[in-house]
Ligand binder design. Structure first.
Ligand code: SF4
Length: 203
């Protein structure tokens, strides 16, 4: 299957992402328009791992839209350095703070194509997993500080369940199409390096 043939999958993922963004905006509204203004922290320095092939392909689309060669080279250099730093901390990479390689001058240059966790992180959330049962997140430090008491009163959380379920279903279908059996666990930096090396996932 050629990457171009993945459009139906990409479109469906795009729809799910749009719904997540809407739901996020709704929760922000519930909590007095919560936003990241004046936050000392930056989520883009957290080392997140991503576990789906479909999100990786979606990010590739964003990367392929960067047409500034100097910027591409800067992103690649950042990604290389990021991967080296993570490789030095195989067991405690979650404690590192490294700026994501696609964050340029404080702006995400693949914003439209950023993965799930970048969209959903921040506000209080819940997930009903068939394996782990009910999981709950209080939100980021700023959210807890500004809205924690309000969450106790209003009790509204972003329900991750339908989104995770739909992405998992899409991922399963995509892997079936590509006959892709390997597990995926990558940072954005690893995806950038793979993209630069012409990696085509399941092909
Ligand atoms: S993909 Fe974008 S939003 Fe996500 S961590 Fe990187 S720069 Fe930040």
């Amino acid at each position: 299957m050629a990457v171009d043939d993945l459009t139906p999958f990409m479109d469906k993922l795009g729809d799910i992402y749009r719904e997540i963004d809407e739901q996020y905006t709704h929760i922000q509204g519930v909590y007095n328009g919560f936003n990241c203004d004046a936050c000392d922290d930056n989520c883009c320095t957290t080392v997140f791992h991503h576990y789906t092939l479909i999100e990786e392909y979606y990010l590739f689309r964003g990367l392929s839209e960067i047409n500034d060669q100097q910027l591409v080279e800067a992103v690649l250099q950042n990604a290389e350095s990021y991967c080296m730093q993570v490789a030095r901390h195989p067991h405690d990479s979650h404690t590192l703070r490294i700026m994501c390689p696609v964050n340029h001058q404080g702006r995400c240059i693949v914003y439209k194509h950023r993965p799930l966790i970048c969209r959903i992180h921040g506000v209080a959330a819940v997930l009903h997993s068939p394996i782990k049962g009910r999981q709950q997140w209080d939100g980021c430090q700023l959210f807890v500080q500004r809205c924690g008491d309000n969450v106790k009163i209003k009790g509204q959380l972003l329900d991750r369940t339908p989104f995770y379920t739909r992405i998992a279903t899409l991922e399963k279908q995509l892997r079936h199409e590509l006959v892709f059996l390997h597990k995926t666990k990558k940072t954005i930096a690893e995806m950038v390096m793979d993209f630069a090396n012409g990696y085509q996932g399941g092909q």
